[in-house]
Design a protein around this ligand. Structure first.
Ligand SMILES: Nc1nc2c(ncn2[C@@H]2O[C@H](COP(=O)(O)OP(=O)(O)OP(=O)(O)O)[C@@H](O)[C@H]2O)c(=O)[nH]1
Length: 306
């Protein structure tokens, strides 16, 4: 497999027999970074090192290999890591139980080095393709920020978290002004460049890992700001508005371009049990409408409200 030596895929090898581990290491060691575990308990700890694939022996001294596999699959942090069982006997009942437990494949001892290499490589490639597809499914193709589907899912999650914590959650809606005129005067491609510029500028303003910028649709973006009060949301919205007005969202390669501005609507709520996240979106949308009708290139509410 053509891989960068600095980025060798990580494999977790779980076997209580040191000679089996040595054998597998001799076959796989030059293509992969290997992590070793000799019992189930160590394996359950070491999976935190995010291997891309797990080779798991059936017989372990403490926790049965099948049970280890089930626990990997039950934990969202490790559920997507493919597991290949290594087994000494070719027992179809055991094989079926392993597949039931979530394994993707089987290798029977004694195995051929070429077969082990090929199976590992196949499952690593499949895992990488699956990961890539999962990432793409959550990204907006034009601007590379999160898409609407991703926003909807994360909003639900953050809303529930805010309901539990009693902390505020804020939302900022950003809508380019007179964008139809931008497209009409400068062409659709320039319009696309401007949308990329707005996304880039807004992304550069967010500071916390939990903040999420998403393209809500068309020329509209949303910023989800967990644990952020109305003052914090307004400050961020104002920084984005000012940045766009100052030309920082302009397509860089153009000497001149459309004079871009945007209107922004903010909303902040501390959700009670039973409240729905759509309420937050509606409130931000109402304030965005207010920003448009009050002259555009502005943030609403214009002042902090108690
Ligand atoms: N270039 C480009 N334009 C888009 C895209 N998505 C939506 N638009 C355009 O954005 C424009 C939005 O127009 P309107 O909803 O009338 O709003 P507006 O002209 O921005 O006016 P206000 O929002 O009232 O300031 C439409 O012309 C859409 O075609 C896109 O992906 N690329």
């Amino acid at each position: 497999m053509a891989v960068d030596a600095d980025e060798l895929p990580r494999l977790l090898l779980i076997d209580d027999d040191p000679s089996s581990l040595r054998l597998a290491a001799g076959i796989l060691g030059s293509d992969y970074t290997l992590i070793f575990a000799t019992c189930g308990r160590d394996a359950l700890d070491l999976v935190a090192e995010t291997p891309e694939l797990i080779l798991l022996d059936y017989q372990l001294p403490d926790i049965d290999g099948l049970e280890v596999c089930r626990r990997f699959k039950a934990d969202p942090a490790s559920a997507d890591i493919p597991v290949i069982f290594i087994t000494a006997d070719q027992d179809p009942v055991l094989e079926a139980a392993g597949l039931e437990a979530g394994a993707v494949d089987f290798v029977t001892k004694p195995y051929s080095a070429a077969v082990l290499r090929a199976r590992v490589r196949t499952h690593i490639l499949l895992k990488r393709k699956t990961d890539l597809l999962a990432r793409l499914a959550h990204l907006d193709g034009l601007t590379n920020v999160a898409n609407r589907r991703s926003f909807d899912q994360i909003l639900e999650k953050e809303w529930r978290r805010a309901q539990r914590s009693g902390r505020p959650v804020s939302l900022v809606m950003i809508d380019a002004d007179h964008f139809k005129d931008v497209n009409d005067a400068w062409g659709h491609q320039m319009g696309d460049e401007c949308l990329r510029g707005i996304a880039h500028l807004a992304a550069s303003q967010i500071r916390r890992p939990a903040d999420l910028l998403a393209r809500y649709g068309g020329e509209e973006f949303v910023l989800l700001l967990p644990e952020t009060d109305a003052h914090g949301a307004r400050q961020l919205a104002e920084a984005i508005r000012a940045g766009i007005e100052s030309g920082f969202a302009q397509p860089a390669k153009q000497g001149e371009g459309p004079a871009l501005t945007a209107s922004l609507g903010c909303a902040t709520l501390i959700p009670s049990p039973g409240d729905r996240p759509e309420t937050l979106v509606q409130l931000a949308d109402r304030n965005l409408y207010l920003a448009k009708s009050n002259g555009r290139n502005r943030v609403e509410p214009a002042e902090d409200t108690p």
